[in-house]
Design a protein. Structure first.
Length: 198
DNA sequence: TATAAGATTTACT
DNA sequence: GTAAATCTTATAT
């Protein structure tokens, strides 16, 4: 097992990084409680050229400023006033690339995650960008936090993902982005891959 | 200053 | 299937 270092995030191909993140393990320690999960769904956002991104045409606001920082930190923002969405910031400083976490397969701290979710669903309770973040205890308090730090880190536990198990599909919830909404920048693992883990 | 809509989830009809 | 919840940003008064 090893932690992903900054070189992993500082690459120009944000779509490739989104694919590489599948099968990696995200670990959070919030309030002294550790939870983790296998990353099972991601979505790439290439700021300057991507209508679906908050940073389209390098639009910089108080909310999106962290996307312009050097890769390897978190970008967490509140959507619809309710849900905290977690992103991996990638690429060098000044290039607002980010990858949205859309789903995990729970590993450690299952009871903690169920408690945070306040529901007893047997399966699928960490699928969805808002719910996955909630299960991991991620809030806007973690905006800009180092992805190699004590609160959040990403580990490679040598889980091998065969390319045939990766499904590429159009991004979700961004119909307003016109042609850009059709790009196959959403990647997820086939559901049957982890039947023996959960 | 006010209004509208969004990388969504949940509950109710 | 439709609506409510309710923060941030953009556009219009």
């Amino acid at each position: 097992m090893k932690r992903l270092d900054q070189d992993f995030y500082i690459r120009s191909d944000v779509v490739q990084i989104a694919k590489d993140l599948l099968g990696k393990v995200i670990v959070t320690t919030i309030g002294g409680r550790l939870t983790s999960g296998i990353i099972s769904e991601t979505e790439a956002y290439a700021g300057p050229i991507d209508k679906a991104s908050h940073a389209y045409q390098n639009k910089k606001t108080n909310r999106t400023k962290n996307m312009f920082e050097t890769g390897g930190i978190a970008y967490v923002y509140l959507i619809y006033g309710i849900h905290h969405l977690f992103n991996f910031v990638t690429n060098v400083q000044g290039v607002p690339h980010a990858i949205l976490l859309r789903g995990i397969v729970p590993l450690d701290g299952l009871e903690i995650m169920q408690h945070r979710r306040k529901t007893n669903l047997n399966s699928g309770f960490t699928v969805g960008p808002g719910t996955a973040s909630q299960a991991l205890g991620i809030t806007t308090a973690l905006d800009g936090v180092d992805l190699q730090g004590d609160k959040i880190c990403v580990e490679d536990r040598n889980i091998v993902i065969p390319p045939t198990k990766i499904i590429a599909q159009p991004r979700i919830g961004v119909d307003y982005a016109g042609e850009h909404a059709k790009w196959l920048w959403n990647f997820k693992l086939e559901m049957d891959l982890f039947v023996n883990l959960s």
